[in-house]
Design a protein around this ligand. Structure first.
Ligand code: ZN
Length: 220
């Protein structure tokens, strides 16, 4: 550890957002918590419903430490955790590499959510992945219609409610190869990424690969 960070640690101690323990050094999350994130691989292949995306990969189940990190990042909020979370995506990309000509995009958030959080949590991660891995990041989607919250809805209810929520920024998509890596934080019923994939395909995307940090184990 360098002298400056030693001094900073004395005057501005950092605490792990997951367990609350003091952190020594530059880490954002303590090592003990990091080791609790299950190892790769996680790939969903046995789809039971009709999906518009071609493949789906996730880094870990949405539970325990993984759930707490994502909730802390989004709801406290703690934007600096995007550095840690983008590294988790990179691990996933290393295990399940996206095609070379792919462009990375993210599920857009509503204006209300942006105002509440103060930052676009997935876009921030997308930009960090782009910077670290040299994959082009583009905002290809926008929210065209505000919907009510999805908590507590079944898969079918979510699918119906979300239809028409997203729109493709066509002039941006047309400049890409048409191979899109779509990232999101949590895959719950899959309704969100499926609707995003549907509109991307309808506007000419040839392939959509979905990568998420976590997958809820309650449904699907
Ligand atoms: Zn911890």
């Amino acid at each position: 550890m360098c002298v400056l960070s030693e001094i900073l640690n004395v005057f501005f101690p950092k605490y792990c957002p997951v367990c609350g323990k003091k952190i020594i050094g530059k880490d954002l999350i303590c090592l003990e918590c990091v080791t609790k994130i299950p190892p790769l691989p996680f790939q969903q292949t046995n789809f039971t419903a009709k999906w518009y995306f071609d493949e789906f990969f996730y880094r870990a189940p949405y539970s325990g430490v993984m759930g707490k990190i994502i909730r802390t990042y989004k709801y406290i909020p703690r934007p600096s955790l995007s550095h840690f979370l983008s590294d988790l995506f990179l691990e996933l990309f290393e295990r399940f590499p996206p095609p070379n000509n792919a462009v990375i995009t993210h599920v857009p958030i509503t204006f209300g959510s942006l105002k509440e959080k103060g930052f676009d949590h997935i876009k921030r991660i997308s930009l960090e992945i782009s910077r670290k891995a040299g994959i082009k990041s583009l905002s290809l989607l926008e929210v065209s219609r505000q919907t009510k919250g999805q908590v507590g809805l079944s898969q079918m209810e979510r699918r119906t409610q979300i239809a028409g929520k997203y729109e493709v920024i066509r002039k941006r998509l047309y400049k890409t190869s048409g191979v899109v890596v779509l990232i999101d934080d949590v895959f719950t019923t899959g309704a969100t990424v499926n609707e995003c994939s549907r509109v991307l395909k309808a506007q000419g995307a040839s392939k959509v690969l979905v990568y998420t940090l976590a997958k809820s184990m309650k449904e699907n």
